[in-house]
Design a protein around this ligand. Structure first.
Ligand code: C2E
Ligand code: CA
Ligand code: CA
Length: 251
């Protein structure tokens, strides 16, 4: 059976969920946020990672339905944590470039804010810079509207694929996430310089800088020396089931 034939029933059946990968504050080694990452647990096919289905859903448009579902699940989870007295950490959600082109994006998030008892500062929106390769007025307005609602916007995958410095100028990001492909070269002379320049660029624009895909202590130490703010990577933690995430935070 093809993925496209089962995706809608899979969503209704609750086969999609999200894992949480903590982002650590590099100064004190404590979690200061998390990213929600979708997972599809199919009764027969088993565990599927986003690479197996996101590109397909981006091409057939189903990504918007799935993303809205994940965003709502994140709001529900944050509300539940709040009610149970659990200290809230901001959770970021992924917003596909297809979602951004839809004019109703601010309406979707406005509805979620009205429906759930969650402050917008606890939800960060991660956008890939390629979402802005056509920097139309419309996209700039959408991002401004989301900012006005109180959301913080993070530029995802900085340094990979499209490198649009223009979007850093035009869009009001609070955070820039350095792509794993940059971090992978940090042990080389030129690679290290590029990461340092990217961190300085982020700070010069009053943004927080998160390094993604950090896998070793050497990388962590190097990023600390360079005054990177946050680390997200297997060195600290893989993406975790919600129960395991809470357990880790409690520990
Ligand atoms: P991303 O947004 O850049 O998310 C980070 C990816 O890097 C995650 O892969 C995470 O598991 C992986 N990662 C984190 N630390 C390390 C590390 O130290 N080493 C290595 N090798 N990998 C690390 P994942 O969960 O497979 O997601 C892949 C991509 O799928 C995401 O990249 C994002 O572009 C997309 N994605 C995931 N969830 C969603 C979603 O809910 N909506 C949308 N639209 N896209 C999503
Ligand atoms: Ca992301
Ligand atoms: Ca990323």
């Amino acid at each position: 059976m093809a993925i496209t034939e089962v995706m809608e029933s899979a969503l209704k059946d609750g086969q999609f969920t999200f894992y949480l990968q903590p982002k650590y504050d590099i100064r004190n080694n404590l979690p200061s946020g998390a990213e929600a990452l979708v997972r599809w647990i199919h009764p027969e096919w088993g565990f599927m990672s986003p690479a197996d289905f996101i590109p397909l859903f981006e091409s057939n448009g189903f990504i918007t339905t799935l993303d809205e579902y994940i965003w709502e699940e994140v709001f529900k989870t944050l509300e539940r944590w709040k009610r149970s007295g659990f200290k809230l950490l901001p959770v970021s959600v992924n917003v596909s470039r297809i979602d951004v082109l839809r004019s109703s994006l601010p309406d979707t998030f406005r509805r979620l804010l009205n429906k759930y008892d969650v402050e917008p500062e606890y939800v960060h929106l991660e956008l890939t810079e390629s979402a802005y390769s056509d920097n139309t007025r419309e996209i700039i307005d959408t991002v401004d509207e989301l900012r006005q609602l109180g959301f913080l916007i993070e530029m995802d995958d900085f340094g990979s694929g499209y490198s649009s410095l223009t979007s850093l100028n035009e869009l009001n990001f609070s955070t820039v996430k350095l792509d794993k492909s940059l971090i992978d070269y940090i042990d080389q002379v030129r690679g290290k310089k590029i990461v340092q320049q990217a961190i300085d660029l982020g700070h010069g624009l009053d943004m927080k800088v998160v390094a993604e895909g950090v896998e070793s202590k050497e990388q962590r130490d190097c990023l600390k020396e360079m005054h990177c703010d946050m680390i997200q990577g297997f060195y600290y933690s893989k993406p975790l089931k919600q129960e395991d995430f809470i357990e880790k935070l409690r520990a």
